[in-house]
Write a new protein. Structure first.
Length: 125
């Protein structure tokens, strides 16, 4: 399974990638903003899941989600938004845009594991 992590913070990308690696995910690519994320999706059409931040320069995560959802090739791709935007209105906006799940920073590895499981239909044992 190939995962794409998009966040303008290199530290946050590293934290997410390290957590994913500990959970057994090895095929992880990254982008520093929505533009790079969109380029990665188009360059790597075998990306299975997108994990994106909301607040980024160039193209923000919400715009990236809308772009992914508008493209028939990627309309079913699971998307998790990881962001500091924790308000109810922001969560609703993201879900309406097509996000499958939502994580508010800071988060624990267990939260990421649970959200990944929920998106992929894997139940916790």
């Amino acid at each position: 399974m190939k995962l794409l992590v998009v966040d303008d913070s290199s530290t946050m990308r590293r934290i997410i990638k390290n957590t994913l690696a500990r959970l057994g995910y090895k095929d992880i690519i990254e982008g520093a903003d929505g533009v790079e994320g969109w380029d990665q999706i188009n360059t790597n059409p075998d990306v299975d899941m997108l994990i994106t931040d909301w607040n980024m320069p160039e193209m923000n995560g919400l715009e990236l989600v809308q772009k992914v959802r508008a493209d028939d090739r990627f309309s079913d791709m699971p998307i998790i938004m990881v962001t500091t935007e924790g308000g109810k209105a922001e969560v609703i906006t993201a879900l309406k845009a097509g996000v499958n799940n939502y994580i508010v920073k800071p988060f624990t590895p267990q939260v990421l594991k649970e959200k990944l499981g929920a998106v992929m239909g894997v139940s916790e044992e």
